[in-house]
Design a protein. Structure first.
Length: 245
C-alpha cells in the first residue's frame, strides 16, 4: 500500500472571489468547498496523512466551526503564509518521514474525481513527479503591448496545469530547499521541481477539475457535481463516483 501525504493549501485571501464571503467557506451544494475537497482524500487507503493549511486570519474560525469534524477525519491543521509557496512550505515541514509521496491539491478544486486522483497518484509512484493537466481547447493568441495579435500559438502540446501535483517526498523537499531567488513566474509546485531538472509527467485531465476563482465558478462547479451520479455515502464520506464525462 502506497503512503501518500496530502497537503491542501487553503490559506489564500480569495480576492478574486470577492469579499462578501470567504472563498474556502463558500458552499457548494450545501457544504463548504474546503470540506468537499478534503473528503476526496481522507478515506483513501493510500493516504497516510492529510494537512489543511489555513491562514492566520481563518485559524480560529476553522478550529471553532470545523475542528471536531476535521479531528474526526484525522486532518492536521497548519498555519499558512503570505504566498502559496509559504503555505506549502509550512506544510512540508510537518509531513511524516514515512510518507513516500506528497500530493498537493488546492482546497478550491473540489470537483476532482477518484479516477483522475488514482491516475496521477499511480504515475507519480512510477516516475517520481506527476501532475494533472488539461489540454488547451481554444485558439491561443499572443498579443503585443499595443493590444494587437503578434502570433497564433499552436495549441498542440499546450496544457493548463491543475492539481493534484504529486512528488516523491525527497523530490519536492529538495525543490523547496533550493528555491529560486525570485518567485516571479513560479505559479505551481511543479515549476519548482522542473527547475531541479527532475522530469515531471502530465496526466491528462479535463476542465471539470476546475479551480474556484470567481463567484461564477460556483455555478459551474454545482452543475458539474449535479451531472455526476449520486454519492454512495456508505462507501465514502461525501466522495463522488467517477464522472461519465
Ligand atoms: N493559497 C494558500 N496560501 C496562499 C495563497 C493561496 O494556501 N498564501 C491557496 C488558496 O487557498 C487556494 C490555492 O492556494 O486553495 C490556489 O490559490 P488561488 O486560487 O489563487 O486562491 P486565492 O489565493 O485564495 O485567491 P486570490 O488569488 O483570488 O486571492
Ligand atoms: Mg491566489
Amino acid at each position: 500500500m502506497r503512503r501518500i501525504a496530502v497537503i491542501i493549501p487553503a490559506a489564500g485571501k480569495g480576492e478574486r472571489f470577492g469579499r462578501r464571503e470567504k472563498k474556502i467557506f463558500a458552499k457548494l451544494d450545501g457544504r463548504p468547498i474546503f470540506l468537499r475537497t478534503l473528503e476526496l482524500f481522507v478515506n483513501r487507503d493510500d493516504v497516510c496523512q492529510t494537512i489543511l493549511v489555513v491562514s492566520r486570519a481563518d485559524l480560529e474560525e476553522v478550529k471553532t466551526r470545523y475542528g471536531a469534524n476535521l479531528g474526526f477525519m484525522g486532518v492536521r491543521i497548519c498555519e499558512g503564509g503570505e504566498a502559496r509557496y509559504d503555505s506549502v512550505r509550512a506544510a512540508l515541514e510537518i509531513v511524516n518521514d514515512d510518507a513516500e509521496l506528497v500530493a498537493i491539491h488546492d482546497a478550491v478544486r473540489p470537483c476532482a474525481t477518484d479516477a483522475v486522483i488514482d491516475a496521477v497518484f499511480a504515475e507519480a509512484a512510477k516516475t517520481g513527479a506527476a501532475i494533472l493537466a488539461s489540454p488547451l481547447q481554444g485558439t491561443i493568441k499572443r498579443v503585443s503591448d499595443s493590444g494587437t495579435i503578434d502570433a497564433t500559438v499552436p495549441r498542440e502540446r499546450l496544457y493548463e496545469a491543475q492539481t493534484p501535483q504529486v512528488f516523491k517526498r525527497q523530490v519536492i523537499a529538495e525543490a523547496y530547499a533550493n528555491p529560486p531567488e525570485s518567485m516571479e513566474g513560479v505559479t505551481d509546485d511543479a515549476c519548482l521541481v522542473e527547475r531541479t531538472g527532475h522530469p515531471v509527467s502530465i496526466v491528462e485531465s479535463n476542465f471539470t477539475n476546475l479551480k474556484i476563482t470567481t463567484r461564477a465558478d460556483i455555478t459551474l462547479a454545482n452543475a458539474i457535481l449535479k451531472a455526476r451520479p449520486a454519492a454512495k455515502p456508505q462507501k465514502k464520506l461525501g466522495a463522488f463516483e467517477e464522472a461519465q464525462w
